[in-house]
Ligand binder design. Structure first.
Ligand code: G3I
Length: 333
C-alpha cells in the first residue's frame, strides 16, 4: 500500500508533464458539479495511440463518440462480418476513464456497403436493418453506451424536404420511424436521438425538423431527443434561437443535446466569442449534453481551408474556445 501511494504520484507527474497545462480545472470537473455531459465526438480509436491525445481526452471530457467506425461500411462491410476491434477499444477506454459513450452511425446517408446498397426489396432491407441494429446495439447494451444517434441528416442540407438517401429511396419517408422502432427493440433503455445539421441557422429547416419530430411523437415513435450538430461557419446562431428550440422540444417531452459543435473560421477572436455565446445560451437553456466534433486541431474536419475549428491547438495547447467553454461551465447554475 505504501509503495503504491509513493509510486502513483510520480507516474501522474511524468504523464502530465508531456501535455501542456491549462492552468485551470478540467472541463469535466466543472461539468460534473452540474450533472452535465461534456464530450468529444469524432474520436478515431487510432488517435488513442498518441498518449497526449488520450491524456487530454480523458482529463477534459466525460463522454466520447466515434467518428466513422460505427458507420455501416466500416463496422459491417459484408453480411455477417463485423469489425469490432476499434469500437471495443473506444468503449474500453471510456470504461477505464469513467466516461460514457454516444453511439453514432446507425443510419447515415454516407458510408453504406454495397451489399446494402444493392438491396431493392423493402422487406429484406428492414430485416437487414434489424440485424445490424441488434448486432451493434446489443454488443454495447448495458455498457457505457447510453445514447445513440439513430438517424443523421435526414433533411436536405439546405432544407426543402427529406434527403433522398438510399434508405428513403427503398423504404420511403417511413424509414425514420422504422429506424427508431427497430432501435428501441435492439436497446430498450438507451436514449435515442435524431441528429441534424444547420437547423440552428436556417429557419425553414428548423421548422421542417420540428414538424417531422412532432409527427414522430404524435405517432408514438420511441424518440428521446434532438441532437443539434451545431457545426458553425463564421457566424453564431441568432441569440434566442437555441432557447426557443429547447422550449419547443421540451414541450413535446423531448431533450435537446448539442452533438458535434465546432466553429469554422480563420478569426480566432470570433471563434472564442462564438464558443462563449453558444455555451452560455445552451447552459442557460438547461442543455445538459454537449459534445464537440473533436477537441484538437491536430485531427480536424473542416470545409473552410485553413480553419481550425476546435478548442485545443495541434499541440494540445488550450485556445480561447477552451477558456470560453470552461467559463460558461463554471458560471452556470
Ligand atoms: O476509408 C475510406 C477509404 O477506404 C476510401 O479510399 C476513401 C476515398 O474517399 O474514403 C474513405 O472514407 C472516408 C471516411 O470519412 C473515412 O475516412 C469517406 O470518403 C469520407 O466521406 C468520410 O468523411 C466523414 C464524413 O462524416 C462522412 O461520413 C468524416 O470523416 C466525418 O468526420 C464526418 O462526420 C460527420 C458526422 O458523421 C455527422 N455530422 C457531420 C460530420 C462532419 O462534420
Amino acid at each position: 500500500m505504501k509503495i503504491a501511494t509513493l509510486i502513483l504520484p510520480v507516474i501522474a507527474i511524468s504523464e502530465a508533464s508531456q501535455v501542456p497545462i491549462t492552468g485551470t480545472t478540467p472541463l469535466r470537473t466543472e461539468a460534473a458539479k452540474k450533472n452535465i455531459i461534456i464530450g468529444s465526438g469524432a474520436i478515431n480509436p487510432s488517435y488513442l495511440n498518441d498518449p497526449e491525445f488520450a491524456a487530454v481526452l480523458s482529463r477534459e471530457f466525460n463522454s466520447l463518440s466515434p467518428e466513422n467506425e460505427g458507420k455501416w461500411t466500416f463496422l459491417n462491410p459484408s453480411k455477417g462480418l463485423y469489425n469490432w476491434t476499434s469500437l471495443d477499444r473506444l468503449v474500453e477506454f471510456a470504461e477505464n476513464n469513467d466516461m460514457v459513450v454516444k453511439g453514432h452511425g446507425l443510419i447515415s446517408g454516407c458510408c453504406n456497403p454495397d451489399y446494402i446498397l444493392n438491396e431493392t426489396d423493402p422487406t429484406a432491407l428492414r430485416a437487414s436493418l434489424l440485424d445490424h441494429f441488434k448486432a451493434f446495439m446489443l454488443r454495447y447494451d448495458g455498457s457505457r453506451v447510453d445514447r445513440w444517434d439513430v438517424v443523421t441528416e435526414v433533411i436536405k442540407t439546405q432544407g426543402g424536404g427529406l434527403d433522398p438517401n438510399f434508405f428513403y429511396r427503398i423504404l420511403g419517408p417511413g424509414y425514420i420511424a422504422d429506424a427508431f422502432r427497430l432501435a428501441r427493440i435492439a436497446s430498450p433503455k438507451a436514449k435515442l436521438f435524431i441528429n441534424e445539421n444547420l437547423v440552428e441557422t436556417l429557419p425553414g429547416k428548423r421548422q421542417e425538423l420540428y414538424d417531422l419530430v412532432s409527427g414522430l411523437v404524435a405517432e408514438e415513435v420511441p424518440i428521446d431527443g434532438v441532437a443539434l450538430q451545431m457545426h458553425i461557419t463564421e457566424v453564431a446562431p441568432i441569440p434566442g434561437v437555441l432557447t426557443d428550440m429547447v422550449k419547443s422540444y421540451n414541450a413535446l417531452g423531448l431533450e435537446v443535446a448539442i452533438a458535434e459543435m465546432d466553429v469554422h473560421t480563420l478569426n480566432t477572436t470570433a471563434q472564442t466569442d462564438i464558443y462563449a455565446a453558444v455555451m452560455n445560451e445552451a447552459l442557460d437553456a438547461n442543455i445538459t449534453d454537449i459534445s464537440f466534433w473533436g477537441f484538437t486541431d491536430k485531427h480536424l474536419y473542416t470545409w473552410i481551408p485553413g480553419a481550425k475549428p476546435l478548442m485545443f491547438d495541434e499541440e494540445y495547447k488550450p485556445k480561447g474556445a477552451y477558456y470560453a467553454t470552461h467559463a460558461a461551465l463554471k458560471q452556470c447554475d
